[in-house]
Design a protein around this ligand. Structure first.
Ligand code: CU
Length: 147
């Protein structure tokens, strides 16, 4: 094999390796806000090829992006911040209304249906290595909002 072919093989091998190690985000969307509303939820389906954890995120339109969990507490739905959400290898983890979501707080502007929001998710792999995942999420109304 010529030197050029060897180099090409090495380059392709590295590219395939880094693609495999990427978490994918499917169907991201953000819930539209009403005037004065300071926070909203981002929903997405995440899948990681190896065990990883979602540990947070950032967005230019929000002061912070937290991971929240909704759950029943004495018959009342409550939400609380959790430090991380496990992404088991090869499994789809769905963040959806009524369950886990990413909470964007300290919104700097109203989010209207039809807008697109840029959010960067932070994912931790192998204990400490972190990687970022850029997501472009359309803003949508929940059916209950569209009255
Ligand atoms: Cu929340």
């Amino acid at each position: 094999m010529s030197r050029r072919l060897v180099m090409l093989a090495v380059t392709l091998g590295l590219a395939a390796g880094s693609l495999q190690a990427q978490t994918t985000a499917r169907d991201p969307w953000v819930r539209a806000t009403v005037p004065g509303q300071q926070a909203t939820g981002l929903f997405v389906e995440l899948r990681s090829p190896t065990d990883a954890r979602l540990v947070g995120g950032t967005s230019p339109v929000a002061n912070s992006v937290e991971i929240h969990e909704m759950r029943m507490d004495n018959g009342v739905m409550r939400m609380r911040a959790v430090p991380a959400l496990p992404l088991p290898a090869g499994q789809s983890v769905k963040l959806s209304p009524g369950g886990y979501h990413l909470m964007l707080t300290g919104l700097k502007q109203p989010l209207k249906a039809g807008d697109t929001l840029a959010v960067t998710l932070t994912i931790e792999r192998d204990g400490s290595k972190t990687e970022t995942l850029d997501v472009r999420a359309p803003v949508r109304l929940l059916p209950a909002d569209a009255r």
